[in-house]
Design a binder for this molecule. Structure first.
Ligand code: NAP
Length: 211
């Protein structure tokens, strides 16, 4: 069962639905994880981000670079799973693709009750509620990891819950208007790194885990 397909049932099972929250995707039934007292307790919370040497991640509401190799890596990492995104990041994805990320459930964090709904998304009114719902859906879909995909406001608030970071370190100082918070990697240890060449900018794919 995919995360996107199990969203509606799992949202109800999580007990996280609030007035104004809405689910996209088709309804399914079944599964055992959602029946546990703490749905999603075993689901790891990971952060996925691409940042330059100055920890810049965005410019003008979009990514400051176009790196197809990193986009492929992001797709492979998150395929079939649950991602948590701030409203601005969600809107930048919809502007690019015309819809939320295909093949994944996006839990969007927004205070806006009137945010347009599409299949493949839930809306939650704050970060704890979004993580709670994402964990429940991920567990229901049999996933052991969920992905916080930005932007900067959501990264900063979710960081205390994060135990793994998938970082694409872009080898440049591109300049921008959105950056990760100072000291964001404190408490994490790098456990893997692989340099990738061939895109417009070289980058290193790094994995960090909470020490
Ligand atoms: N390089 C990367 O890996 C990467 C990844 C993701 C994004 N980005 C970039 O980052 C930029 C966007 O980041 P951002 O920090 O400006 O925006 P964001 O984190 O994507 O979204 C901010 C929005 O999230 C909602 N929000 C935040 N905290 C909330 C809370 N406590 N309760 C309820 N809602 C809350 C609010 O939505 P409402 O206003 O609707 O209430 C807020 O306006 C873009 O340039 C994007 O391209 C880069």
């Amino acid at each position: 069962m995919t995360a996107a397909g199990s969203a509606r049932t799992a949202e109800a099972a999580a007990g996280s639905a609030r007035p104004g929250a809405a689910a996209g995707g088709s309804a399914r039934t079944g599964g055992t994880a959602a029946k546990s007292a703490r749905p999603g307790a075993d689901v790891r919370t990971s952060l996925v981000v691409a940042a330059d040497f100055a920890d810049v991640i965005g410019r003008g509401g979009d990514l400051p670079w176009h790196l197809p190799g990193d986009l492929r890596r992001f797709k492979a990492l998150t395929a079939g799973g649950v991602v948590v995104a701030g409203r601005r990041t969600h809107e930048s994805i919809v502007a690019r693709l015309g819809r939320p990320l295909p093949g994944r459930l996006t839990v969007v964090v927004s205070r806006r009750a009137d945010l347009p709904r599409q299949d493949g998304m839930l809306v939650q009114p704050d970060v704890p509620a979004a993580l709670h719902a994402a964990r429940a859906v991920a567990a229901f879909a049999g996933r052991d990891e969920l992905f916080v995909i930005g932007g900067a406001e959501i990264y900063a608030q979710a960081l205390p819950e994060v135990t793994r970071i998938h970082l694409t370190r872009v080898h440049a100082r591109v300049g921008g208007d959105t950056a990760l918070p100072a000291g964001w990697l404190a408490g994490f240890t790098r456990v893997a790194a692989e340099r990738v060449d061939g895109d417009a900018l070289p980058f290193t794919v790094e994995t960090y885990e909470r020490a």
